[in-house]
Design a binder for this molecule. Structure first.
Ligand code: SF4
Length: 361
């Protein structure tokens, strides 16, 4: 479909997961924004999944960025100033009153059930509602100035090839309309095939995530087919097995939640109760998948223990079930600034505040 009238929006808000589709989307979208002369209205967002994200890895003396860094690189590569790329995440009050990150796995542990077909609450809870909440300061300010609801265009890299639900989703639709904001959603690369996306990446100005390859730097696209949560309830079984091989300690945390809550991470997602698919068993697959090697192991005690610790605290402390809406859990907004960037957002009204330091993965 043709681009919507971008000049009719007060805020243009691409959402970058850091995956391969986000990069293509950003290229297509920014070309349209520049053609319309409104690229100065763009603020890009990355909703950080914390410890669940694919982290940076050093392999063969080369550092491969994690998805948070990739999202920032994708934004910068297509002309968005660093101060207008924001990383947001969920937080909740900690024991001492300060706000602490609230990861999706913590929420699952406290809630007691994994997301599944028919109840994919993770997408909204970990991503959409967090970004939507981060718009609130802009909406409040612009609504006062404009005297009308603020018009926002949310731009995403979802594609029809990703599954039947994505195929059914309209390339353009209004997703929210109230007295404060009107939010439209645009999927500019909805009709791109997976092959076309991979072909585009051959000459892309940004790298793609290491997990797409069988071995880091191989360039063969024979790793995981997706790159968001390292362990996704909706991923294919082959992806799940490979992810468990690459992030065994994270898999152990999922297994802990499964055992504590009596719910299956993956089997029930397909409405096929399958005890063999439980993470606790998958963590020790008896045979390797043909053509897919784990490639990277992150052994116990090697660097990532910090953030993974505490991710399942809901099972340990009996944390009450949180609201699955953003209402009770405020987002943390963190501008991602490469070296040399200024501290001031260049667009008036950009959400301020550095609320937490970068997390050590
Ligand atoms: S990557 Fe999978 S588990 Fe993570 S938020 Fe998206 S759908 Fe949910």
């Amino acid at each position: 479909m043709a681009a919507p009238d971008l000049t009719s929006y007060d805020l243009l808000a691409p959402q970058l997961s850091g995956g391969k589709d986000s990069a293509v989307m950003m290229a297509v979208f920014m070309e349209a924004a520049r053609a319309s002369g409104v690229d100065d209205r763009v603020i890009s967002y990355h909703s950080s999944l914390g410890v669940l994200e694919w982290p940076p890895v050093v392999f063969g003396g080369i550092r491969y960025p994690g998805v948070s860094k990739l999202a920032a690189l994708q934004s910068a590569a297509f002309g968005v100033p660093a101060a207008r790329h924001l990383e947001v995440t969920r937080t909740m009050p900690g024991p001492d009153g300060t706000r602490m990150p609230h990861s999706l796995l913590t929420e699952i542990a406290a809630y007691g059930r994994f997301p599944r077909m028919g109840s994919p609450y993770c997408r909204k809870s970990a991503k959409e509602s967090v970004v939507s909440s981060a718009w609130t300061p802009i909406v409040n300010r612009l609504k006062r100035e404009l005297g009308r609801p603020v018009r926002i265009l949310k731009v995403m890299g979802l594609r029809s090839d990703d599954g039947p639900d994505r195929k059914k989703r309209a390339a353009f639709r209004t997703v929210q309309a109230n007295s404060a904001r009107i939010v439209d959603e645009w999927l500019p690369v909805k009709d791109w095939s997976t092959g076309a996306v991979k072909e585009w990446h051959a000459d892309a100005p940004v790298p793609y995530c290491w997990t797409y390859d069988s071995v880091l730097g191989a360039g063969d696209w024979s790793g995981t087919s997706r790159c968001s949560c390292s362990l996704c309830v909706f991923a294919a079984r082959t992806d799940v097995l490979l992810s468990i091989g690459r992030r065994p300690r994270l898999a152990d945390l999922y297994a802990e939640v499964e055992q504590a809550r009596g719910d299956s991470f993956h089997g029930l997602a397909y409405h096929r109760p399958d005890p063999a698919c439980r993470a606790v068993r998958c963590a020790r697959p008896r045979r390797r998948l043909p053509g897919r090697r784990p490639g990277v192991h992150r052994p116990r005690g090697a660097g990532t223990a910090g953030p993974e610790e505490g991710a399942t605290q809901g099972t340990r402390t009996g944390t009450p079930r949180p609201s699955r809406t953003a209402g009770g859990v405020e987002p943390c907004v963190r501008p991602v600034r490469p070296q040399g960037a200024t501290a001031e957002a260049s667009r008036p009204g950009a959400p301020p505040a550095v609320l937490r330091p970068p997390r050590d993965r």
